[in-house]
Ligand binder design. Sequence first.
Ligand SMILES: *[C@@H]1O[C@H](CO)[C@@H](O)[C@H](O)[C@H]1NC(C)=O
Ligand SMILES: *[C@@H]1O[C@H](CO)[C@@H](O)[C@H](O)[C@H]1NC(C)=O
Length: 452
Amino acid sequence: MYRRAVLAGLSFVSVVLGQQVGTNTAEKHPAMPIEVCTAAGSCTKENTEVVLDANWRWTHITTGYTNCFDGDAWNATACPDGKTCASNCAIDGADYSKTYGITTPSAGALKLNFVTKNDNGANVGSRVYLMASDTKYRLFNLLNKEFTLDVDVSKLPCGLNGAVYFSEMDEDGGMARFPGNKAGAKYGTGYCDSQCPGDIKFINGEANSEGWSKGAGKFGTCCAEMDIWEANLDATAYTPHPCKVGEQTRCEGADCGNGDDRYTGMCDKDGCDFNSFRMGVKEFYGTGMTVDTSKPFTVVTQFITDDGTDTGTLKSIHRFYVQDGKVIPNSASSIEGVDAVNHISDDFCKQQKAAFGDNNYFATVGGMAAMSKQLEKMVLVLSVWDDHAVSMNWLDSHFPTNADVAKPGVLRGRCDPEAGEPKTVEAAHPDAYVIYSNIKLGAINSTFAGGQ
Ligand SMILES: *[C@@H]1O[C@H](CO)[C@@H](O)[C@H](O)[C@H]1NC(C)=O
Ligand SMILES: *[C@@H]1O[C@H](CO)[C@@H](O)[C@H](O)[C@H]1NC(C)=O
C-alpha cells in the first residue's frame, strides 16, 4: 500500500489507547478458523481467532473513565512523556460487532463493515490480526507454501481497500521486548508495516505522544510487509515490501522514510507491485471481467523458492484466481520493456521499475532475498480502510495524481481520482463491506481444486 491513515479513520473522540489493560469491556476474540493442507491434499482445521488492533480501542486513565487521548491531543497531565503515559493509560476490550462492525457471518468467514454508527458517533474501517491463542498471534512461514482465501469485494467500491497482508510483528505483540507494554497481542498491540506508520499511538511500550500533531507522533513503527490482497471492486495489487530490519523496529527522523527520505528509509515503501491494470491488462479484473468482482472468488498466492524446498530462498511470487470452479492464471504483463510474465521476481521488478521510471528501492533493500528471510515469521492482517493521504489513487486510479496519464505506470485503475476522497466515499458508501473466508495455508497446489 501507499499509506494507511488509521487515526484519521477514527471519527469518534473516545477512541484512545494505552498500554495497561482496562476492565470495562471483556475482550472476546471472534473465532476465525483456518485450514492447513499437506502436499497429499489433506487439510487440518486450526482454531484461530482474530483480535482488533490496539489503535482502535478506547483508552482511558487506568483508574477511571477519563480519556488519555481525545482524538486530537494527549492529556498532558497523564502524558507528560511517552513512558509515563503508557503507565497511566489503559486500553480496553472491544465490542466487535456493535462498535466496530466486525462480525463472523459463518464459520471461517469475517465481515468488516466500512462505517459503523455507534454510541460514540461512527467507526470507520478496522484492522484485525489472526491469533493462534488468546495471547499470541499466529506466525506464518510462507516459503515454499501457498496462501489461499475467498474474498467478496462486490460491495467495496472505488476508493476503499480491503487489505489482507502479512506484517513481521512480534508474536506476543511486543510484551517481552518492551516491558512498558502490559496489554500485548490479546489487545492487538505491536503493529508495524513497511510504511513505518507514525499514527500508531503506542510503540515499543511507550506512548508516541511527543511531538504529536496532525494525527502522528515523532516515532514510526517499521517492518517488512507482504501484501497478498489490496483490492476493491475495480482494482487489485499484490506487493512485497522488504525492510532493512528483521523485526518490528521503531524509527525516528530519516529512518522512517517520510517525504524526501523515501528512498533512504528502513523499508521499501513502494514495494514491487503486480497490478493487472497497471501492467496493461485492463479488462482482466472488475465487474463482468475475466475475474468477475461482482461475485466471490478464490485468491491463491504461491511463494516459490529457488530449490523447491522450505529451506530455499524466495524466487518468485505467483497468483491464481478460482471462480465458478475455473482456475484463472494471473494476467501476464503487456508493458513494453517487461517480459510477458504473470508473477513477481527480481527480474520483473527491475524491468517494471525501469519501464515506469520508478526508483528500484525494492532491490536496494535486498529484493526477493531480503523478503525471503522476512516471510519466515509473519502475522496475518485483515482490514478495510480509506486513504486520507492520497485517496487510494495509487491502487485504483492514476498516480502520481498530477502526472501525465500517458506515461507508462501512471494509470493504476479505472476509478475516478475524486471517488476515494475519504469524505466523499464515507458519505456515499457507508454500507460498504468486505468478506474474507476459507483461509488456507499449504504446500504448493494443495489448497485449491485445479491445483493438483
Ligand atoms: C487528564 O487526566 C487527569 C488525570 O491524570 C484528569 O484529572 C483530567 O481530568 C484529564 N483531563 C482531561 C481534559 O480529560
Ligand atoms: C502447480 O500447478 C501449476 C498449474 O497447474 C503447475 O504449473 C505447477 O508446476 C505446479 N507446481 C507444483 C510444485 O506442483
